[in-house]
Each structure stands twice: as C-alpha cells, then as structure tokens.
Design a protein around this ligand. Structure first.
Ligand code: GLA
Length: 331
C-alpha cells in the first residue's frame, strides 16, 4: 500500500520575492492532498475526487505539458523529473485544499505525487524536484516557496526561508494569535502576468544587481518607472519579512499587522498583482476589531486573503493551523 499526504500553504508575508532569491514566510496549513494506492508495472493510473477524467501515464514520461487531462500534468512533470526512478502505481487522489484558490493545491499535488512515485531524499531536494516539475507541467517560472514550505513545514511554526541558500528558520506562531484565511476570488489570469513579473525583476536586476542585496535608494537608478516600482516592491518586501518575523516573535502583533497591510499596499501599487476585489476584501478584514492586519497571499490576481488576529476574533474565512510538511503515512 502507498499512502502519502502533502499540506497546502498560506504565505504570511514575502510575496514575489522567492524567484529573486529573497525572503518569504509561509506556513503549511491543515488542509491536505492525499494519494493512496498500490504498486503496479509501468503505468501510473490515478483518479481524482476533484476531477472527472482519470489520468493514465505510460512511464517513462517525456512531454508533461501535453498530458491530458490537464490536472495530470503536475503528476507527469514529477514523473518526468524522477525519470528512471519513477515507480508505477494505481490509486486515487483526494484533497481538502481548495483548488485554484492560491493555497498551492498544485504544489501539494506535485509533492504528494513525488512521494507516491518513490522519491527518496531531503525535503529541500523534494522541493527542488517539484519546482522543476511545475515548470515542466505549466510553463510558469515559479519560485521555490510553495514546494519548499509544503515539503518542510513545521507544526506550530511559519518558515522564514532564504530563497538563495534555502536555509529555513522556523518562527513560532504564538498561541494568542489566529491566522485566518479567507477565500475571495478565483485567480483570473494564467501564468502570463506572473511570467511578466519574473521578467521585469530580471530586467531590474540587470540594472542594479541582485534585488535581494539592494537597498531602497538604489531603485532611483532605474529610469523606467514600471521597473522601478517592481524593484521597490521586492526590496521593501524583503525588509518587511525580516521585520515581521521579529515582530511576531516578540509579541508585537500590532506592528506585524501593519507590516501585512504595507505588504498588501506594495503588491497593489508597486507590483500591481492585486485586484479591486482583493483590495476591498483586505480593507474589510482589516477593519474588524481584533484583526491586526491582512493582505492578499500568494501569486495574486485573486485567491485568498490572510489575516493575523487576536484569538477568538470573529472574521470571515477560517482559522488555519500550521502543520508538518508532506510525508508517507503508515498503512
Ligand atoms: C506563486 C509561486 C511562488 C511565489 C508566489 C508569489 O505562489 O508559485 O513561487 O512566487 O506566487 O510570492
């Protein structure tokens, strides 16, 4: 019997910083994708509770991006990355992670698939393989945050990840605060705007060098106003991640909440990955007494709002718990 599970994730702060090797602070949440089944010869056959069409993949897989049904591309990308190490199986996928909501349902599927198809290695190696699988499957040049958080989550903690060294410091989520997630809107754009932002950051780095090492005054050297704004978001967001980690650890929740609000404003004004609907949801959440702060979380253009609140505050959405990363389960 094979039985594995991988959690979803919510990012507390540090968005659009991972692909320039910056800082992020996500946590794995108590929603999971589970794959169960048995070993067979040469073929991967999976049904999914959330999808109509089953997946049938002949091993080895070469072109993951062409696989039908489309949900199977994430599994195919993983199988392609595993190459000769991919072990065949027949089974089913179930999930409690809302799909397409910005809580990394696709990264959870990749990480679960890698474990189900026989991956052996460290959480970091697992995350790197799954990130490459995502690139193959969707063509979206994502960073490492989602896969690494899902692979390496620590119960009760957020993960302060340095996306250059991939070092992880766990940051305790104090018992007296609640992390709340509210689903607001399905993401409307495919990867194209995301890819554009990745390119814009690369263009800014060609002018002022690595954004993760830059100071805010350096952005004045960038003539193009759009690139200047993109760079300013990334540089200031990296600093906000550091400040947020310190604020959370020292019980300065009001400060932590302000940092989340400033992060959202930066995503809205400088990085332009928010939408009026998301802005309104953040404002409404932040106006609730007991809420320290809120922001859009993840890739943007829809998805979820994450909030930090005093425990017991009545808010829309649901309180999430920080959980351990993906693993094989006893069968
Ligand atoms: C998506 C990507 C991540 C990261 C976020 C934005 O979730 O998969 O790598 O870039 O967007 O922070």
């Amino acid at each position: 019997m094979i039985r594995v599970r991988a959690p979803g994730r919510v990012n507390l702060i540090g968005d659009h910083t991972d692909y320039t090797g910056g800082l992020v602070l996500p946590m794995a949440i108590d929603r999971w994708t589970v794959i169960e089944g048995e070993r067979v010869d040469d073929v991967v056959e999976l049904t999914s509770e959330a999808e109509d069409a089953p997946l049938r993949l002949d091993l080895p897989v070469s072109d993951a991006a062409m696989v039908e049904p489309a949900w199977g591309r994430f599994v195919a990308g993983v199988a392609a990355e595993l190459g000769d190490d991919a072990q065949a199986m027949r089974g089913r996928v179930t999930t409690s992670i809302p799909i397409g909501a910005g809580l990394s349902s696709s990264a959870a599927l990749e990480v679960a698939a890698a474990l189900a198809l026989g991956f052996e290695g460290t959480p970091t190696a697992l995350a790197e393989l799954c990130r490459r699988a995502e690139h193959r499957a969707s063509g979206v040049p994502c960073g490492i945050m989602d896969q690494l958080c899902i692979a390496a989550g620590v119960a009760g903690h957020g993960l302060l990840i340095n996306c250059t060294t991939l070092s992880i410091d766990s940051v305790r989520i104090p018992d007296e605060v609640a992390v709340v997630v509210q689903f607001v809107d399905h993401r409307r754009l495919d990867g194209s705007e995301y890819s554009t932002r990745v390119e814009e950051c690369a263009a800014a780095e060609a002018i002022i060098g690595p954004l993760r090492m830059a100071t805010p005054d350096l952005v004045e050297k960038i003539k193009d106003p759009v690139l200047r704004r993109r760079a300013r978001h990334v540089i200031t967001e990296n600093q906000r991640v550091r400040d947020f980690a310190s604020a959370l650890s020292s019980g300065a929740y009001v400060t932590a909440g302000h940092l989340m609000l400033r992060s959202h404003a930066s995503l809205r004004d400088d990085f332009e990955t928010s939408t009026p609907t998301m802005d309104a949801a953040v404002a409404a959440m932040a106006a609730i007494p007991g809420v320290y702060g809120a922001r859009m979380t993840g890739g943007g253009f829809g998805g979820c709002v994450v909030a930090l609140a005093e425990l017991g505050t009545r808010t829309p959405g649901w309180q999430v718990r920080a959980v351990d990363g993906a693993r094989r389960m006893e069968t």
